[in-house]
Design a protein around this ligand. Structure first.
Ligand code: PAF
Length: 278
């Protein structure tokens, strides 16, 4: 695997690969890689000829400077994982190689109502930062296919909209959530959980499973309220638990339609999100 920091060097390499008619698979990440990320690389390897992974902790998508400073950074371990899975290139630029000072973010404000709810409401400006960095990364890596995890369900919708608008030749792939044996969705932030928090974190997925069993039963609303109150008990601090239309993220009032249940909690100082398609 080649480690490239310079965007211009990567652009040159990608152009050479494309000249050989190779299909580029791209997996953007912020590092602290886990088996969820590796499953995306594996998927990219199975379906494209040349796989690029980026590790870039993107400052413009963080709402809080503390969250940005505390975001786990584990480059040595990441390099080993990527080499073992057979990734072709790791792109790992410095912030100054990506952003000019005082550069303005792109705006996702007109992407549709779905941009303003859930993560969009809780983390104002977050998706502006996501589309800003992905626009830059897509222009550098010129991918044929990109791979994103379903754990960030709303982000997947944002990326699909970005691609439909600005990069119609890219094929978007949403890949299944990878979970620990006890159901906790893999996340780079899990390493920040204390032992006690880690022990109760699977409660999040258990709640989603419970709702999945209750879905389309008459006691559905009561089940949702019960789930909310159980995830509001300390040390959980519930940000949202909503059952939504999977295409618009509008809150569903009845249980006859397709749905996705999405949750965000703070567990101690760690923010965790998860979802389940019903
Ligand atoms: O999901 C992430 O890790 C980030 O939001 C992404 C897509 C790499 C953009 O910085």
């Amino acid at each position: 695997m080649i480690l490239i920091k310079d965007p211009i060097a990567l652009e040159g390499l990608i152009k050479a690969k494309k000249a050989q008619n190779l299909a580029i698979g791209f997996v953007p990440t912020m590092g602290a890689l886990h088996l969820g990320h590796i499953s995306l690389i594996e998927e990219a390897k199975a379906n494209t000829d040349f796989v690029v992974c980026s590790i870039f902790v993107n400052p413009t998508q963080f709402n809080s400077p503390t969250d940005l400073a505390n975001y786990p950074r584990t480059l040595e371990a990441d390099l080993l994982l990527l080499a073992a899975v057979g990734c072709d290139v790791l792109f790992h630029p410095e912030v100054s190689q990506i952003y000019q000072s005082k550069e303005l973010k792109l705006s996702a404000a007109d992407y549709g109502n779905f941009i303003h709810v859930l993560e969009g409401a809780k983390r104002p400006g977050h998706f502006d930062g996501v589309i800003t960095i992905l626009t830059k990364l897509f222009k550098i890596t010129l991918p044929n296919q990109v791979y994103f995890g379903q754990k960030d369900y709303q982000q997947c919708m944002v990326v699909q909209t970005l691609i439909a608008r600005d990069f119609p030749s890219i094929k978007f792939n949403r890949c299944a959530i990878v979970r620990e044996a006890d159901g906790l969705a893999l996340s780079s932030r899990n390493v920040r959980l204390t032992r006690e928090e880690r022990a109760i974190a699977p409660q999040i997925f258990k709640t989603l499973q419970y709702l999945s069993q209750q879905w389309q039963k008459l006691a559905w609303e009561a089940a949702l309220n019960e789930a909310r109150s159980s995830l509001s008990k300390l040390p959980f601090e519930l940000e949202y638990l909503e059952v939504c239309d999977p295409n618009t993220l509008e809150t569903l009032q009845d249980y006859s339609a397709n749905a996705v249940v999405l949750v965000a909690v703070n567990l101690g100082s760690t923010r965790l999100i998860d979802n389940h398609i019903l």
